[in-house]
Design a protein around this ligand. Structure first.
Ligand code: ADP
Ligand code: GN1
Ligand code: MG
Length: 365
């Protein structure tokens, strides 16, 4: 579906003429576009996103979270002498001061961010240094928001990392088996069922208060960090849709899940999928270094487990979506969600084998 981007961009406080607007990036959730605007003879880029309203039902509350968090972090960045337009996501508000518009024609909800120039979001770890930079980025992001009151945040996707709930959702998809696919993936199903005991560990620690609830990003993949195109140093953390109260073990674990694997998340050839203990150490060093003293003993004790748990959760979600007929994660080919699930399970097997070494590395830093 094509949208009337001239009209959409025209609703925002942008002083110029839209030259072009094209699909951009590789996110699974929103539709991202790169808009180029002529502003007094100069070409200026913006990121236009059509918000996934199937998933994000209450767009007002979602955008209010993003507004609160970006305004808070922009202020902090300015205070320490940084450039808020580059080091934080920056919302462009509409001419009437709103954070997004609902396009009357298509019914779609659109928002605009300033484009972070000369920066790259990598899809896979090409150099350990990139991964290190993403670790520093997410650690620094947590620090920037350390004084932000998590209670102000609306829980955009309730139970997002509630693995107990994820497990029961998986069981429901399995029971329904709407496309008769379960019979072909019994091995993967058994893999999930065998590890049920993983599900409650962190959920219980948070509920009892033994582990602190903090402001978390909840989608800490390498491709949600912009790195400087020239120096490779981290510039900004992006993709703030899932900012919610949670555990740092989730944020840490999701980074490891995605970044300690040299292959793509949907690589069909599992021989290419391996968990790298070297990259794990790189991330631990960057993340704990940036977090400093704010990390508690209980959190540290569960970081390595968090990596297994997040990989398990994600694999289980990919498999559930495969059983549901690929309705949640955007797919470009048949079997893609199944391939994604298999890469996650291969990584879990690898991690389970070196779990003790992972724990030792965390203790070291
Ligand atoms: P999704 O939720 O679908 O993953 P993202 O918000 O992560 O969407 O955006 C998708 C991609 O668009 C990113 O990986 C990045 O390449 C690019 N992108 C997003 N925001 C910006 C920005 N402000 N400046 C430059 N590039 C951006
Ligand atoms: C989705 O938006 P994106 O593509 O970065 C998903 C994450 C998964 C990830 C797997 C809101 O993230 O939870 O870990 O895909 N986001 C949502 O690649 O469900
Ligand atoms: Mg993203």
């Amino acid at each position: 579906m094509e949208y009337d981007f001239k009209k959409i961009v025209g609703a925002f406080a942008i002083d110029g003429e839209l030259i072009r607007c094209e699909r951009y990036g590789e996110g699974h959730i929103n539709e991202t576009y790169l808009a180029t605007v002529n502003e007094s003879g100069k070409e200026v880029n913006y990121i236009v996103q059509k918000i996934n309203t199937n998933l994000f039902r209450d767009v007002d509350k979602l955008m209010n979270n993003i507004r609160l968090v970006t305004e808070f972090s922009r202020k902090k960045i300015a205070e320490r002498g940084g450039d808020p337009d580059r080091e934080s996501l920056t919302l462009v508000y509409t001419k009437t001061g709103a954070a997004y518009i609902r396009d009357a024609e298509s019914g779609g909800c659109f928002r605009i961010y300033k484009y972070i120039t000369d920066a790259i979001a990598y899809q896979v770890v090409e150099k350990p240094e990139h991964f290190y930079q993403s670790a520093v980025a997410f650690g620094d992001f947590a620090n920037l928001l350390a004084q932000f009151d998590a209670k102000q945040l609306y829980e955009v996707l309730p139970n997002f990392h509630n693995t107990v709930k994820r497990f029961s959702d998986f069981e429901n998809s399995l029971k329904a088996d709407r496309f008769g696919r379960a019979k072909d993936v019994q091995k993967e199903i058994d893999f999930v069922l065998k590890r049920k005991e993983y599900c409650s560990r962190i959920v219980d620690l948070l509920a009892s208060g033994e582990m602190p609830t903090k402001v978390t990003h909840n989608d800490t993949k390498l491709n949600n960090v912009m790195l400087d195109a020239h120096t490779g140093k981290y510039v900004a953390v992006i993709d703030l849709d899932t900012i919610m109260p949670g555990s740092i073990c989730y944020d840490f674990g999701d980074s490891i899940r995605f970044g300690c694997n040299p292959a793509a998340e949907d690589e069909p050839d599992l021989r290419k999928v391996n968990f790298s203990l070297e990259l794990f150490e790189v991330y631990v060093q960057g993340y704990l270094g940036a977090l400093g003293k704010s990390v508690t003993e209980v959190e540290k004790k569960n970081l390595a487990f968090g990596a297994i748990l997040m990989t398990y959760e994600c694999g289980m979600r990919f498999l559930a979506d495969y059983l549901d007929g690929d309705v949640y994660f955007r797919t470009h080919r048949a079997g893609q969600n199944l391939d994604r699930c298999r890469t996650q399970f291969k990584l879990i097997e690898d991690m389970e084998k070196c779990y003790d070494q992972m724990c030792k590395i965390v203790e070291k830093y």
